[in-house]
Design a protein around this ligand. Sequence first.
Ligand code: HEM
Length: 403
Amino acid sequence: NSNQVILQEISKLSTPEEQWEPYAWFTHMRENEPIQYDAEQDVWSVFSYDAVKKVLFDHELFSNKKQRSLIPIPHEVDNRSNVNLVDPPEHRKRRALLAQAFTPRSLKDWEPRIQEIIDELIADMEGDTVVDLVDKLAVPLPVTVIADLLGVPSSDREKIKAWSDILFLPYNLDAFTDIEQQKGQAMQEFAQYLYPIVVSKRADPADDIISDLIRAELEGEKLSDQEIVMSAIGLLGAGNETTTTLLANLFYCMLFDRPGVYEELRANESLIPKLVEEVLRFRFGATIDRKVAQDTDIFGPQMKAGQVVVAWIGAGNRDEAHFEHADTFDIHRPGKNQHLTFGAGPHFCLGAPLARLEANMALSAFVKRFSAIAPVEDFNVSDHLTVSITGQSLKSFPVRVSR
Ligand code: HEM
């Protein structure tokens, strides 16, 4: 499928371990080949902070109206309401539509419900001395929160999680057709599940995002059921795996990148938001792509209209030119939120405040409940990795906890 850009083929990070720790390769690329061209796929890659930021910001040179991408571009369905696959000025209307859907439940109103979900998850750990933090926290928290926000029964969270896992599987050449087929099926099942929910909310709207989308209009027209289903899948997808990765990585960083920081947080809880930002900078291998909209030599080499450019956000976040001692995990960095993990410019992540809130609240509950955390004996990260959109993420993460 020539519409599909395969990241693994560009990076040559072949083992799960290299994909989990791509940072040495990122440094190599920033220093030796900051603007890379992959002739096989006709794809550019940029690795420096400034170039990544430029690609994300400059929608006139680098467009979101993609024909080829890292993420499959849906063609059969009507994309009229898709917030991500469009440029300003049209983008503003679609974005306003979703932003509007997020507002009635301002995050403050939503906090008690998130707290309740976190408290239940922590109560479920009662009596355990070793807790699998992926299974018990990082997976269930985001999917329950986003299901609640949308107005989808959170009791269905396992089904929802299974579909979004498949939709977020990265492609590789060896299993291309198989993955494509799995995704097609997951998409179909997910849509069939959501469709009757949308239909019944049309008759009987409630206080949730699906109902808001039913009430909303785009250019004077209501969204169709199909468009609402696709928007809901988009939000479930965007809000799920990403936040799971953040939650799992929070604990990984505390245990392996900066042992001792947990005690520091317990002594001073106001450091929690700083830790969350540093994890987002330090350990999040995200990539975003754009279509080159017009011929340009802005980065030196001649890029041609229609080519794909990949912005390696995780590499930009470790750029020494922008962050002093970039490869050191340090929650006391001066300056705020300069990492690019939520993107930058017009498409900046709509869910960033929600993801931050979930991470801050989860960690705050955790430090109140547990006096110490420690790695389990013989922990070997290789045994716990699984392919994900960010390269590799933790599929399980047993951690020793003390009360
Ligand atoms: C966009 C990352 C959580 C909804 C983005 C973009 C990034 C990103 C990099 C920019 C895409 C682009 O430039 O094309 C993340 C990360 C998250 C997270 C790292 C968690 C740690 C969430 C959550 C939601 C969400 C919880 C929703 C509930 C969206 C939406 C967009 C978006 C709707 C599209 C915005 C647009 O195109 O205008 N996210 N996200 N995200 N995110 Fe997130």
